[in-house]
Design a protein around this ligand. Sequence first.
Ligand code: GLC
Ligand code: GLC
Length: 806
Amino acid sequence: MKFGFFDDDKREYVITTPQTPYPWINYLGTTDFFTIMSNTAGGYSFYKDAGLRRLTRYRYNNVPLDSGGKYFYIKDGDTVWSPGWKPVKTELDHYQCRHGIGYTKIEGVKNNVKAEVLYFVPLEFDGEVQRVTLKNTGNTIKKISLYSFVEWAFYNATDDSTNFQRNFSIGEAEVENGVVYHKTEYRERRNHYSFYGVNQQPDGFDTERDTFIGMYNGFENPQQVMAGTSGNTIAHGWSPVASHRLDVELEPGQEKTFVFVLGYVENEQDKKFAAPGVINKEKALKMLDRFKHPRQVEEELAGLDEYWSGLLDNFSVKSNDPRLDRMVNIWNQYQCMTTYNFSRSASFFESGIGRGMGFRDSNQDLIGVSHMIPEKARQRIIDLASTQLCNGGAYHQYQPLTKKGNKDVGDNFNDDPLWLILSVSNYLKETGDWKILDLEIPFENDDTKKYPLFEHLRRSFYYTVKNRGPHGLPLIGRADWNDCLNLNCFSETPGESFQTTANKKGGVAESVFIAGMFVLYGAEFAEICERMGKKPEAEDAKAHVDAMREAVEKYGWDGEWFLRAYDYFGNKVGTSEDTEGRIFIEPQGFCVMAGIGLDNGKAEKALNSVNKHLATPYGIVLNNPAFTSYRLNLGEITTYPPGYKENAGIFCHNNPWVIIAETKLGNRERAFDYYKRITPAYIEDISEVHKTEPYVYSQMIAGKDAAKPGEAKNSWLTGTAAWNFYAISRYILGIRPEFDGLKIEPCLPPEIKEVKISRRFRGAQYHITIHNKGNKKPACLLNGMETDSLLPPPVKGEVYHVEVTT
Ligand code: GLC
Ligand code: GLC
């Protein structure tokens, strides 16, 4: 069953009913100001940091689910309705929501009035623009009232939803020329305020929630709207809101457009006030001015569209499979930008409160965006490396607003530092910007501890070398990529965090997954050393990598697959000797990606075991059989009911590792088959099972042991986006940046006959045509001349034509 369709020309997903199986959302914003918006206009806005600068209020997990948002109400005689159906839920004559790239358009029709609301965050603008167009489609005059509505949040999202004894007394607002200014705490330490205005004088307004909605009403029937009035209130304490009322008269066929701006302003300390207690509104008025006329909205929207084309067009494909094309060209890259922006902080599953930017998450997210935003990727690498600890370890998270390591969560996730090698080597391959390695970057955000980026990589590498256990395998610390494999935690107290609770000392828990990572990214480090002319260091690094490979072969192999780990006591985890959790996906994918066992059959065996024990129609589960009881020595993984999350759920993030591994063995059909199982456009038809958006990946899909296999959760913010783009673009389509240039090595299934790819690379433009004949070795022509599959380094500004037969 479907709830909409893809409109590829417009790069939109069109939702045709407001009653989707779950709110289907979009992200608006490109730099600092962001809005999360559902298909019924639910959601909220924030500036830079959803935890510390929450601008509008949202109630997670409310009843009904998606409550609070950027609501419009139309009062037409006795009928009150909302263009997005919610919150009023009056049955509409027509409804449509178009989630586009950086904007959302919601359209509703009722009783011959058509309302279209366009929401977007313009480029370089700290605000959201809402263009409302009302049209009379009937043949009698319409006299209606349009109401806007937002509820302010008091910036700190945690405090906002908990500290009512204070908050109910501090709310303040100003209204000037119909513009509502939210100034809670502005009189004291804050130098920022929010505002909500419209491009004409409204006929009424409200800033007191209780007057607008009424003590005993809800968003669905605000008492002012029901009565067709406004209270013209100025809030003192309680919960300030902003609502405008516009009385609109429409002749038959007539259309009127209004432009609303919801903005955020920071003032210099000495320019906060225009008069005692009165906000200096200069900047807000400028922002409102930028959107006085609907024409300006059109221009800015076109600018936004151009900006996105500029990003997405860096890689595009045209094949005989439209689902492949729309994922690669539009949605997968768009989701990569979103995960780059927010890491795992703010979605409809991440409350924006708990988690900042993950160190491992953000490093991985970079592999999905470095081809679009190399400069921003460079800055992100600097930000991440700046939080690294002197000993090479890493803070697990940092706060986007302060860019400082998060002390509450701390360090000791022993895979973390190695992800920095991935993000940097990936950046070097994309850009050729080797100078970045000399850039002086502090450790621990302390400017007295500045060292070249290369030194950060070196310490990342040796962090693993120095933290090895009895089998020569890396010690796991609190956890590795699998945050829930907590081999040193031994938690017996409900509510304790498995990630941050003090670990039991003296154990020897080792991770075969980190070992695979070390072989893969350690080799990258060695190569970087070599290319920098550091021969002895490269040799030393290679020796460590070789030793690790041997340790994996010797102690990390279970017979039919790679082991997952050794626990605190030195017992095997992920072994056929166990009854549950016998095989895990992560080491199979990563060890094979690292090339371990390619020459002796282990790689093939491991992947066949994945196929046999872990693959399901909905994707590959993380481990199996699922754990059915709590195991103190394994931690959180065994707390989830079977089939969910890290306990045998389909944790999509690691599926592309297996996909890439399959391409290493040349298993083209299996690689693409796995790709299709989790890629949203291919499973659009089962939306009622899958539940989450059919245009973006979800972190987790319930596994075969779950009550409802195939049901997805945690959409949008997941490493799946970057990794699946990496897998499809570099290993299946096979267009892969290397240190010396672009490598063309497709591994396409027979069903994809011919593809045309356009790829920008280091300032040059490549037009690549692949004819897929099923040959093992590709034959390549570069501008008509035979060439190796590793193309020579490009010349900036050049256009290259590549013809590949494979
Ligand atoms: C979550 C975390 C990520 C972790 C994964 C597996 O997505 O953000 O860091 O690797 O879960 O536990
Ligand atoms: C939970 C989640 C996991 C996440 C971790 C850290 O354990 O299951 O996916 O990475 O929390 O926040």
